[in-house]
Design a protein around this ligand. Structure first.
Ligand SMILES: [Zn+2]
Ligand SMILES: [Zn+2]
Length: 224
């Protein structure tokens, strides 16, 4: 009873920093929005890192054709990603999807592409009761007017990765990703964060072996 009353009078809090605010629950306060480390336009179209590269582009041989991220995985962006995994996931996923839809180059989210999320490991998904990347992908699909398709699965029996190089086949098998069936030709692969690119590569390999002709990797954050 007391808790219910408190919920009525305590103002909603920022999803990332917990500061009280006037916005609905799960949304970011002005300070957190302003503190986000936006990557901007000077990024590599293949790997999403800021240009110039300090060394060779890490995605020069990647099975995905392009990559883009909204923010660097640091500072306030870490708090936002933490919040997406542990609290207020749904409204926050919508905020992040709006930032992706507003910032990503038009051609990446062009009509004809199908949005596919990087599936969480089944154990993690069961533990949380939801899959943060799937929430984000669903919101990106809605915001960009593209269909969503559950083209990938994770865990269970390993599938054969026919077309890929031996190294990519091994990687895809190790991470346990497989296509559920024939892949859409044009795929926008969505995950919350692009770290080394190994997960995105494994997913892209599985999709290309299942018939995808073009896979672009779109994430909210990019590890620098
Ligand atoms: Zn905040
Ligand atoms: Zn690059």
């Amino acid at each position: 009873m007391l808790e219910e009353l408190a919920a009525l009078v305590v103002p909603p809090r920022c999803a990332a920093c917990g500061a009280p605010g006037r916005r609905a629950a799960g949304v970011l306060c002005g300070d957190c929005r302003r503190a986000l480390p936006w990557l901007g336009v000077a990024t590599c179209a293949r790997c999403a890192l800021p240009l110039p590269h300090v060394a060779r582009c890490p995605a020069s041989d990647a099975p995905f054709h392009a990559a883009w991220s909204a923010v660097a995985y640091e500072g306030a962006a870490r708090d936002v990603l933490h919040a997406l995994k542990f609290a207020a996931a749904r409204p926050l996923a919508d905020v992040m999807a709006a930032q992706i839809a507003a910032g990503a180059p038009r051609h990446l989210l062009a009509p004809g592409a199908i949005v596919v999320s990087v599936p969480a490991h089944p154990v993690r998904r069961r533990g949380r009761g939801f899959d943060p990347a799937e929430l984000l992908a669903r919101a990106v699909a809605r915001r960009s007017g593209l269909p969503l398709h559950r083209a990938l699965r994770r865990g269970g029996a390993r599938s054969r990765q026919l077309g890929a190089s031996r190294e990519l086949r091994l990687q895809a098998g190790r991470l346990g990703f497989a296509a559920r069936g024939p892949s859409p030709a044009q795929v926008v692969l969505v995950d919350d964060v692009h770290t080394t690119g190994a997960t995105l590569s494994a997913c892209a390999t599985a999709l290309r072996d299942a018939g995808a002709q073009r896979v672009v990797a779109v994430t909210w954050a990019r590890t620098l």
